[in-house]
Ligand binder design. Structure first.
Ligand SMILES: O=C(O)[C@H](O)[C@@H](O)[C@H](O)[C@H](O)COP(=O)(O)O
Length: 244
């Protein structure tokens, strides 16, 4: 069973980031209380970094035990460690280091400096996820592209169709860089909570399309992932403007 999408509209991008960060503290604390260890999949894009920056400022963040928190990424651009265009670099710059999470709990996708190919990187990332044996993600965060993509699963891209792997190499991405590594829809299916963080009028059409009854993830990937406990669309008023 999955939870039907629920939309929460915030007046601005900053308030959206702050409210999502406060919500994330609660979700992590609850997951640690119920399951001991929390596993969260982060996202790139401006919202992915905005929630990290807001999280660094939430006083209640101290309720999280950083030694029982594991961070992963739903996708990564296949670029060398530290490249300014990597999702993890951008999240680092937003303040990730201030959380006190042990480095071995921050699970980065290998780039060309430490893997032979996107395929090898995807395989290794999938193995790392399997080794940690989490039955499911506690929270998966997604940004949404104007084309409706989530992670590096793009409309009508064959990588969407991979169902027998945890992570997949993505080539010929319509958005640069062309080579990426993404978790698969199948992997995202094992999520307690799925949250879409979306801001801006340029996303209004994608938000409306993803939430339309009968939306097909092949056309609008954001229509695909759902959590077993919650599927939340945390959006600002501009991004919500196309919802009927
Ligand atoms: O890998 C990428 O190219 C980005 O991470 C991308 O997927 C991003 O998450 C969305 O386009 C939403 O971006 P915003 O959060 O900036 O709206």
């Amino acid at each position: 069973m999955t939870a039907a999408p629920r939309v929460v509209v915030h007046p601005s991008k900053q308030i959206l980031a702050d409210a999502a960060a406060a919500r994330l503290v609660g979700a992590i604390v609850d997951a640690q209380a119920e399951r001991g260890v929390a596993h969260v999949a982060l996202t790139g894009g401006s919202m992915g970094s905005a929630i990290i920056a807001s999280l660094a400022a939430v006083p209640g963040r101290l309720a999280i035990d950083p030694t029982r928190l594991h961070l992963w990424w739903g996708d990564e651009r296949y670029l060398p460690a530290g490249d300014a265009d990597r999702n993890d670099t951008q999240n680092d710059e937003a303040g990730l280091a201030s959380f006190g999470i042990p480095a071995e709990h921050v699970h980065r996708v290998a780039g060309p400096d430490s893997s032979e190919s996107p395929e090898a990187s995807a395989l290794a990332y999938g193995e790392a996820i399997r080794e940690h044996g989490q039955g499911s993600w506690d929270v998966v965060l997604f940004g949404v592209g104007p084309d409706g993509h989530v992670a590096s699963l793009f409309p009508h891209h064959p990588a969407q169709r991979i169902t027998d792997a945890i992570a997949v190499a993505v080539h010929d991405s319509p958005k640069p860089p062309p080579d990426r590594v993404s978790l698969t829809f199948e992997c995202f299916e094992r999520s307690h909570q799925v949250w879409f963080l979306v801001s801006g009028a340029d996303k209004a059409e994608a938000v409306a399309a993803a939430l339309a009854p009968g939306a097909d993830r092949w056309d609008v990937p954001a229509a695909g992932p759902r959590g077993s406990d919650a599927t939340l669309w945390l959006v600002d008023a501009d991004a919500a403007s196309g919802i009927g």
